[in-house]
Design a protein around this ligand. Structure first.
Ligand SMILES: Nc1ncnc2c1ncn2[C@@H]1O[C@H](COP(=O)(O)OP(=O)(O)OP(=O)(O)O)[C@@H](O)[C@H]1O
Ligand SMILES: CC(C)(CO)[C@@H](O)C(=O)[O-]
Ligand code: BAL
Length: 302
């Protein structure tokens, strides 16, 4: 019999689905997304389905993590195609139940939400100390929005395990701290970054914004990360040399670098050289109005 994906829109429907899974003694794996699903998302769904009896995927473009000048309105919204992709995937999974949680903005934010922080009302979650640097430097609103929506989604879906992608490496660090600080009974699992097999560009829903020329030039950042990793593997630990390798490769395609960082995997503070705990080499660059991010783990794995 074909495996269907139940599409749920309300908290009440998720609670009923959750109770039915528990009744059937299923563990629950959760994948949070903003939709426009690609193989990076499906890889997390695959991991969730290998490790859980039932899988719930949220599809919600979260206004709280966008600033007023960002792309909330343009962000791709493709719910029907997303459900079709998950339904196709569900046919390959044996025995698991799959659900999509696609709430309205008012279901997630009953007191309303605006991207203007000074006008927001309601309950927010902030992970201080890990949210201000790197991505938080350019997007000061961002991790407050992410931590708030993910904590709401955890309360709604009550999963045993939640799966996030290494592509958004700082998000993984922030959410790991949030789970620890707020004692969420959820195990976080991090999936490796899925890349275009031809040129290594990290898959991202925002890649659809790129022109043909920008798409051709974009993989230079990843090539730089690979060169830096090769230098590390040949014994180089120095920040300037590792960061320099990325800058040099990115320059070949005139990428407009916003930041490149070598940071401590726990504190995300900048380091001068890779230590025995390893380091995260990460950065962001702009191509026209599109902003992309990528990273490489140096000397450690999640
Ligand atoms: N290429 C990828 N490899 C692994 N995980 C990914 C990849 N892209 C996204 N994810 C993960 O999927 C989850 C949902 O991400 P999201 O819906 O924001 O997609 P996205 O492609 O990162 O979109 P955006 O372009 O907005 O950054 C996050 O945990 C994210 O880290
Ligand atoms: C975790 C998340 C779904 C929260 O909106 C988002 O930040 C993302 O897609 O990475
Ligand atoms: N994947 C992170 C979501 C965002 O950039 O808004």
């Amino acid at each position: 019999m074909a495996n269907i994906v139940q599409v749920l829109h309300t908290v009440k429907e998720v609670r009923e689905w959750h109770a039915a899974q528990r009744q059937a003694n299923k563990t629950i794996g959760f994948v949070a997304t903003m939709g426009a699903l690609h193989s990076g998302h499906l890889n997390l769904v695959q991991q969730a389905s290998c490790e859980s009896g039932s899988v719930i995927v949220s599809i919600f473009v979260n206004p709280a993590q966008f600033a007023p000048h960002e792309d909330l309105d343009q962000y791709p919204r493709t719910l029907d195609a997303d459900v079709a992709k998950l339904t196709e995937f569900a046919q390959t999974a044996a025995g698991q139940a799959f659900a999509v949680f696609a709430p309205s903005v008012s279901e997630m934010y009953p007191r309303g939400i605006t991207t203007h922080r000074d006008q927001q009302k309601g309950t927010f979650v902030e992970v201080l100390g890990l949210s201000e640097m790197l991505e938080g430097g350019t997007r000061p609103h961002f991790f407050r929005g992410v931590a708030t929506v993910v904590s709401r989604l955890f309360h709604i879906t009550m999963p045993d395990k939640a799966f996030f992608g290494q592509k958004d490496v700082q998000q993984c660090c922030v959410l790991r701290a949030m789970v620890r600080d707020l004692h969420f009974p959820v195990e976080l699992r991090i999936g490796a970054t899925v890349r275009d097999p031809t040129d290594g560009l990290a898959l991202s829903s925002r890649n659809v914004y790129l022109t043909e020329d920008q798409r051709k030039r974009a993989p230079a950042f990843y090539r730089g990360l690979c060169k830096a990793k090769a230098l590390f593997e040949s014994g180089v630990l120095d920040r300037d040399e590792l960061v320099g390798a990325v800058i040099k490769e990115a320059a070949t395609q005139d990428l407009e670098i916003e930041y490149i960082s070598l940071s401590d995997p726990d504190t995300l503070e900048e380091v001068d050289s890779v230590t025995s705990s390893g380091a995260i080499l990460s950065g962001a660059w702009r191509m026209g109005t599109t902003r992309l991010i990528d990273n490489m783990l140096i000397g450690f794995e999640f």
